[in-house]
Design a protein around this ligand. Sequence first.
Ligand code: MN
Length: 292
Amino acid sequence: MSKSSVLKTLAFVQHNDTRFAVGDFSPVLSVFSYHELSTTPSPFLLLDHIGPGRLLPGRPPGGVHEHPHRGFETVTIVYAGELEHRDSSGGGGLIGPGDVQWMTAAHGVIHRELFSPGFAATGGPFEMVQLWVNLPAADKMNPARYQSLSATQIPCITLPDDAGQVRVIAGHWNGTHGPADTHTRMNVLDVRLAAGAQATFTTEDGDTALVYLLAGRLRLSEVDVLEEQAMAVMSAHGTEVAITAEEGSRLLVLTGAPLGEPLNGHGPFVMNTYDEILQAYEDIKAGRLIIL
Ligand code: MN
């Protein structure tokens, strides 16, 4: 740690035990959502951990059938299995292990998220996460956009002594930049650490910092233990998150500048005001969320 850096400290651990089925995806752990945490995790809104599970072969492709979104972005990271995303404009595509789809719903999409026909035929293990990222008010009504980030496009930094790896999906880590184009400043890092490995993650003072542990066991800032499938919400104050893996661990490190804007969401819509939520329901009733 350099002289000017200050360690962020653990604010609290977010730990939900309840699993859901979302459409045909099961189990789904709601790691956190803005319904519970309001703007504390801003610019991040929600994180779901789907699986790990095993799909039986030979069933019709299941998943989440047609539904709308407006006002934010969905970031889908696949660890195992294969998904097919499709919307009414023909946008979307296949997302396999290591791939990331960064979908900017903005003004609106209606889409479905299903296991791919190929994966549904063979079955097998599946695991993925979906992160919702808020958009600043000025960008909420932009045209929808997809960024398909294949595994080969995402830089993967191997830590010395086989201590692990950091995949930079968005933002940067130690001078390496990720491919996702974001609307506000953020880092989205997919990290693996071997038992005993240490890594530090730098932010601006005042930034949000979240550490979600998919598997393993971590120590944060040398004192606090984080168990698997729990998320650490770090203090806004401070410029560095220091992590030590007590076991081989897989984690997401999410940091970024909070938006500092009003938040009003309902179901698949996240806007700034209640009137904008009502407008979104009016627009979907009138067919105005369909991109043609
Ligand atoms: Mn969706």
